[in-house]
Design a protein around this ligand. Structure first.
Ligand SMILES: [Zn+2]
Ligand SMILES: [Zn+2]
Length: 346
């Protein structure tokens, strides 16, 4: 075992984020990665604001961050990874042994270890630290001519590509995305890259709607615009596939009305755990409601899509701050009127 003390961004509870020393240790079969930068995700913001993210509640201090990239510093010889190589880190470590993993749905593993997540206890530390220790299979090398700030979008893009897979073939489909935060905006781009003919987006915020247009939405609407959303409800709904990416109760409850009979809704937004739902329309229209959580092999797909420029995520990058300004960065990222994605630089 080798040891090192590094600075890390630790969350201990609501509004309790510290920039602290942390001891890390690694074995000869593990990889030591020098972290370059990491994107702040909605779940990091939730831990910071509320001490919990959805159903994951903080029970002990944890290093934040699961959207990060770095440079290999030490790697096992048999891993084919080289010191100095730039890698995207897949934060997901399914057990590979439970019945769910064996069925190929590793994202739903019964004992998942996901970096920077309090889903299970003990929590798994995240990547907002100067160095992290990971398994060789978590490291996805990428081309040297691609910027780290682009590849740092691999994790949220993987979430979106998985969501699109949940919807099935999008070729020729008319798509609605409710919620144009970073995930909603990446869904817009990924849906178009996957063959959707038209993507429409909604968001309460004008700033988010403008970003949705930049990411390829054909049109954007304020969901309070009764005239437009009323027209979507006519004749039993307009859209073949709806991605609900806000988690907001009003959005979740309204999407069924916008979905055409026989259409599909993919729930990506994580908001309140329970919401009053229009089950009647869901039933009589045979709308299929599908959950979507994290990703399986879509992480590597996301790295490749970013590497080749199939998707340009940079319109979503609002600010880059040094890691010792993590609290400011979290506050900025939490304010949708000021920022979409904020990255910490280590
Ligand atoms: Zn994320
Ligand atoms: Zn498992």
């Amino acid at each position: 075992m080798q040891h090192k003390t590094v600075k890390a961004v630790m969350v201990a509870g609501a509004h309790d984020v510290r920039y602290e020393n942390q001891d890390i240790a690694w074995d000869s079969d593990q990889v030591l990665v020098k972290v370059e930068r990491g994107g702040i995700c909605g779940s990091d913001i939730h831990y910071f604001l509320h001490g919990r993210a959805g159903m994951s509640v903080l029970k002990s201090p944890m290093v934040l961050g699961h959207e990060f990239v770095g440079i290999v510093e030490q790697a096992p010889q048999e891993s084919n990874l080289l010191a100095g190589q730039r890698v995207a880190i897949n934060p997901s470590q399914p057990c590979q042994q439970c019945d769910i993993c064996r069925s190929g749905k590793q994202n739903l593993c019964r004992s998942m270890r996901f970096m920077g997540s309090a889903q299970f206890y003990p929590h798994v530390n995240g990547g907002f630290a100067q160095h992290v220790v990971v398994a060789p299979e978590q490291c996805i090398p990428y081309a040297d001519n691609v910027e780290a700030k682009v590849i740092a979008f691999a994790e949220p893009l993987a979430v979106c590509i998985h969501g699109i897979k949940q919807a099935g073939d999008l070729t020729g489909k008319r798509v609605l995305v409710t919620g144009a935060g970073p995930i909603g905006c990446l869904v817009i781009a990924a849906a178009l890259a996957s063959g959707a003919t038209e993507v429409v987006a909604t968001d309460l915020s004008e700033r988010c709607r403008a970003l949705a247009l930049k990411m390829g939405a054909a049109s954007v609407w304020d969901p309070r615009d009764e005239e437009v959303v009323g027209a979507w409800r006519e004749k039993g709904g307009s859209f073949d596939v709806c991605f609900e990416a806000s988690g907001a109760a009003a959005a979740v409850a309204s999407v069924v009305a916008y979905t055409r009979p026989g259409g599909i809704i993919v729930q990506l937004g994580m908001g309140q755990a329970e919401i009053t739902y229009p089950i009647g329309p869901l039933l009589v229209k045979e709308v299929q409601l599908r959950g979507s959580f994290r990703f399986v092999d879509e992480f590597t797909t996301a790295v490749r899509w970013l590497e080749t420029g199939k998707i340009d995520p940079l319109p979503l990058l609002s600010a880059e701050l040094p890691m010792d300004q993590a609290v400011d960065a979290l506050e900025l990222a939490a304010d949708k009127e000021r920022a979409a994605k904020v990255q910490l630089v280590f």
